[in-house]
Ligand binder design. Structure first.
Ligand SMILES: Cc1cc2nc3c(=O)[nH]c(=O)nc-3n(C[C@H](O)[C@H](O)[C@H](O)COP(=O)(O)O)c2cc1C
Ligand code: SF4
Ligand code: SF4
Length: 325
């Protein structure tokens, strides 16, 4: 599907260069050409935006390893603004108005990242249609209901909430080299979600009683506060080894600005989202978990310290641009 989309965009670009028409015009003509043929739902969403009355869509996202940025981009059309939540927080921007506003974030212990939780509490999202896509890797439990509660309490009710399975970047349990080999049906899921959003479907993905119970068990085991989720201290959980070459990638990818280059090397401290942007994006694999009984969540270290993950469609530069403080 990705290849089809890339081809679609490339042909439009060629038309744009060859015929001297705008890229938007080219895409519009492509849309007319392809009408009635079997295109992906993501493609249909793009075509819809080229119609007579394009809707303005805003997609807000948070990402550590690129899955959510990839999804946000796939759900975008020509009239979509894709905005990084860490950048919005940095700019103190909380008011948005559009025809459609979406949010894409990774679930952490089935809950939203702390920054996303705080953002939605302060945000004023004015749109006739609001959708949320929660990415996860293995077990979503009642993530949909958790978001529904948090967003409703904040006065920002979402009309559509769904989950989407992707590579699980939770290093303590998963070997990233194994995760990337698993077919998680991403194109089909993107197609489903794009089609739902294109027709402004009002729907919350159902949650079972068993999933609710699993989340409660998780809270008990992890000791996490359900009102805070993952909000830890980076100095307790991460160490920088002598593999470090001082490239400063960790400084730029941390949405909390927790890394600093000092005369004694790289230091980390501060409240931490546990997004793993630092540990996963360090090109030297120089960042590791600080294990020990106190650090319950990473007590057993990680599955494969030599395997790291970033979504294949997302660059290190993209993560830096999304998260840099
Ligand atoms: C701290 C943390 C907690 C996570 N908790 C869950 C979870 O409870 N269930 C799950 O299926 N995936 C979990 N994941 C996996 C991520 O939700 C998933 O890989 C997500 O797509 C990552 O998105 P990103 O690449 O945009 O950061 C967790 C990941 C992290 C880092
Ligand atoms: S990203 Fe890794 S190698 Fe680069 S400065 Fe940070 S710890 Fe060192
Ligand atoms: S220290 Fe690492 S895990 Fe914590 S917020 Fe920064 S990048 Fe994310």
């Amino acid at each position: 599907m990705d290849r089809a989309l890339i081809n679609f965009a490339s042909i439009a670009k060629l038309m744009f260069m060859k015929n001297g028409i705008t890229r938007r015009e080219a895409l519009k003509q492509m849309g007319l050409l392809m009408a009635g043929t079997a295109v992906t739902a993501t493609g249909i969403s793009s075509l819809a935006a080229c119609g007579n009355s394009p809707k303005k869509r805003i997609i807000l996202y948070f990402t550590g390893t690129g899955n959510c940025l990839y999804v946000a981009r796939q759900l975008a059309d020509n009239n979509t603004e894709i905005l990084s939540i860490p950048q919005l927080v940095k700019q103190d921007r909380y008011e948005f108005e559009a025809d459609e506003i979406g949010i894409v974030y990774p679930i952490y212990g089935h809950m939203p990242p702390s920054m996303v939780r705080n953002f939605i509490k302060h945000a004023r999202l004015v749109a006739p249609y609001k959708f949320a896509v929660l990415t996860f890797g293995n077990r979503k439990c009642d993530a949909v209901e958790i978001w529904d509660r948090i967003s409703q309490d904040a006065g920002n009710r979402f009309d559509y909430i769904t989950t989407m399975i992707m590579v699980d970047n939770w290093l303590p349990n998963f070997d990233m080299n194994e995760q990337i080999k698993i077919d998680k049906g991403i194109p089909a899921n993107l197609q489903r979600i794009s089609a739902d959003i294109a027709q402004q479907r009002h729907w919350h993905e159902p949650v079972t009683e068993e999933e609710r119970m699993q989340h409660q068990e998780f809270l008990q085991r992890s000791g996490l506060d359900p009102d805070k989720g993952f909000l830890l201290l980076s100095q307790d959980y991460f160490v920088v080894t002598d593999r470090c070459i001082g490239c400063a990638a960790c400084v730029d990818v941390c949405p909390r600005g927790n890394y600093e280059m000092t005369s004694q090397g790289v230091k980390t401290d501060g409240e931490c989202e546990f997004c793993f942007a630092c540990i996963q994006n360090c090109p030297q694999k120089a960042i590791q978990f600080s294990t020990g009984e106190r650090n319950l969540l990473v007590r057993n270290g990680e599955k494969n310290p030599e395997a790291r993950y970033r979504n294949e469609h997302v660059s290190l530069w993209d993560i830096k641009a999304s998260n840099r403080q």
